[in-house]
Design a protein around this ligand. Structure first.
Ligand SMILES: [Zn+2]
Ligand SMILES: [Zn+2]
Length: 361
């Protein structure tokens, strides 16, 4: 079939919105009619060449939709099922999967995915991050599409696919935030706002949001921040220390992807506390820790990728929280775009205009 898609032929070349040919689903695959796909900074990183694209791509990885058809041998899904795509489909058999570290599955394809269900002008295109959600239809492996209840609006549900599970999962799965604790979160975009919500749902009593955009700080307050720090005019580490009685926060999070703010998050964690890095930065952007203080302060530094990757468990659980009014999704969608305006949507994201911009089909 034919479908409109946001195509990237090679890193650093312009995005093209073109009509591509989409294959029928092969054995073990499903074809999904997308309803919505959120834009994530990881897509932008591939566009800019910060993250190398191994193949020509259909961009997008934060998608939700309805199963249109299934290939041979598919048992878990049927046409008509509502699904959210996951970027961390896992095999369940490698060492890390057996250890419960699903986001570290050795068989997870990510950018090295070589399946090519899309075709354009003689090029075979790969679905980015196994999803390829910026297309009217995509073809994914059966375990990449997670079935959800029919009553959840698919526009809201799409955010769970990357930004929300990444943020909420970092707080709940990776850091394991406990009730009554203090948290500080660098970055109040789609991911940082989700970290804030995860901390609130876990029962944290103080949540400090740090950003340089007043609109995002307003949104941070709406979703659960008890204090906000505008880092354009204030020293964030000093403010977090002051707000926690000079001790530092029990849990700090970096949701920007910049070495300097990762260092701040480490500095602002209390002795014996935990700093969790959620942002993905440039490979050549480093930060430093004092060799004299790491052992002495007994702080823990953790990385958190895609919220720990347990989407099979976490999508339904987080949608229960959404239904119960505990997890805000709709307020995170600040602008929607038709697929023809994907380039404008990326420009708005780069300019910091959106908590989440979402392409709707
Ligand atoms: Zn993402
Ligand atoms: Zn595995």
């Amino acid at each position: 079939m034919q479908a409109k898609a946001a195509v990237l032929r090679a890193s650093g070349t312009p995005l093209e919105v073109r009509t591509v040919t989409v294959d029928d689903p092969g054995p073990g695959q499903v074809r999904v009619k997308l309803s919505a796909c959120g834009l994530c900074h990881t897509d932008q990183s591939v566009l800019e060449g910060v993250l190398p694209a191994m193949n020509p791509l259909v961009l997008g990885h934060e998608g939700a939709g309805v199963v249109e058809s299934v290939g041979a041998g598919v048992t878990a899904l049927a046409p008509g099922d509502h699904v959210i795509m996951t970027t961390t489909a896992f095999c369940g058999r490698c060492l890390q999967c057996v250890e419960g570290q699903y986001a570290q599955c050795e068989r997870m394809p990510l950018t090295n995915n070589t399946s090519t269900p899309f075709h354009l002008d003689g090029d075979d295109l790969t679905p980015f991050a196994s999803v390829g959600g910026l297309c009217e239809y995509t073809v994914v492996a059966e375990n990449t599409a997670i079935k959800i209840a029919d009553d959840i609006p698919l526009l809201s549900a799409s955010l769970l696919g990357c930004g929300v599970i990444t943020g909420v999962g970092a707080a709940i799965n990776t850091a394991g935030v406990r009730p009554g604790t203090s948290c500080a979160v660098w970055g109040a975009g789609g991911v940082g706002l989700s970290v804030i919500q995860g901390c609130r749902i876990a029962g944290a009593s103080a949540i400090v949001a740090i950003d340089m955009n007043p609109d995002k700080l307003d949104l941070a307050r709406r979703v659960g921040a008890t204090h906000v720090v505008d880092a354009s005019g204030e020293n964030a580490v000093e403010r977090v220390m002051a707000l926690t009685g000079g001790r530092g926060a029990d849990y700090t999070f970096e949701a920007i992807g910049v070495g300097a703010t990762m260092e701040q998050a480490w500095m602002a964690a209390r002795r014996g506390g935990t700093a969790t890095i959620v942002g993905v930065g440039r490979f050549d952007d480093a930060f430093s820790l004092s060799a004299g203080l790491v052992a002495v302060t007994e702080k823990t530094l953790k990385g958190s990728f895609c919220g720990g990757g347990a989407s099979v468990r976490d999508f339904p659980r987080m949608l229960d929280w959404y239904r119960a009014g505990k997890l805000e999704l709709d307020a995170l969608v600040t602008t929607t775009y038709p697929i023809e305006e994907t380039a404008r949507a990326f420009a708005d994201m780069t300019a910091g205009r959106n908590a989440r911009g979402v392409v709707v089909f």
